[in-house]
Design a protein around this ligand. Structure first.
Ligand SMILES: [Zn+2]
Length: 230
């Protein structure tokens, strides 16, 4: 039995809590008249002002945005380099502040938004620097990385079991992704394919297969389940 007020463990013979003197209620012992088995007043719980904290964070993000834009416009009479700073700040805001405006941020909604903003930011940098690496490198690489990430996040969120299979599959996909990265780099910069990406592929595949083996082997999985709550 525990004290309803302070939570201290009580002997069944106890009539009041030895720590906070709250009257103890026991279903088998009749409660003394006039004395309530619960504390007279509820202890007020201080509520965290979420909207206030988010407002302050938003202002903290906005200040450098405005200052950067003003300096750039004053010096160059155009958005020259401030676009990168502002883009990076917007990306950071979308990733680390925006989801917390919602009571229960859903990663399956926010991660695709973050991925799309990242790809747009890369496109902006590429266009602004007159680069030729967006379509042949940045877009496919960030696109595939986003797809792998979104798939893993969605599956781990909505699947009740079999997460180890998901992680195993994700590792193998990452290994294959390495080969694609090498291919896109070769295409973009006119380099020779030297198969460096075979090493990460082998390493990732081994980890992935190990996870799948653990998932498939029931006794092993149950013992890991108990230790790590996988
Ligand atoms: Zn107590």
């Amino acid at each position: 039995m525990y004290c309803v007020n302070c939570g201290v463990e009580l002997k069944s013979s106890e009539k009041t809590c030895p720590l906070c003197k709250t009257v103890v209620f026991h279903p088998d012992i009749p409660a003394p008249d006039g004395e309530k088995p619960y504390p007279e007043f509820a202890v007020p719980v201080k509520k965290f002002n979420r909207a206030g904290a988010l407002f302050v964070l938003t202002v903290i993000f906005l200040i450098p945005v405005i200052i950067t834009l003003l300096i750039d416009l004053r010096l160059n009479s155009a958005v020259v380099w401030s676009g990168y700073v502002v883009g990076g700040l917007v990306l950071g805001y979308a990733m680390f502040v925006l989801p917390f405006w919602f009571r229960r941020p859903n990663p399956v909604v926010f991660i695709p938004i973050d991925c799309a903003l990242t790809i747009l930011f890369l496109l902006y940098i590429c266009l602004n620097t007159h680069g030729h690496w967006f379509l042949s490198l940045a877009f496919p690489v960030s696109g595939i990385a986003s797809l792998i990430l979104i798939t893993v996040v969605a599956l781990t969120k909505y699947l009740r079991r079999g997460r180890l299979y998901v992680f195993g599959g994700a590792f193998i996909a990452l290994g294959g992704f390495g080969m694609l990265i090498e291919m896109f780099i070769c295409i973009t910069f006119g380099l020779k394919f030297v198969f460096w990406s075979v090493y990460p592929l082998v390493a990732c595949s081994l980890i992935g297969l190990l996870l799948i083996a653990i998932a498939a082997c029931k006794p092993l999985r149950t013992s890991l389940d108990k230790r790590f709550f996988l």
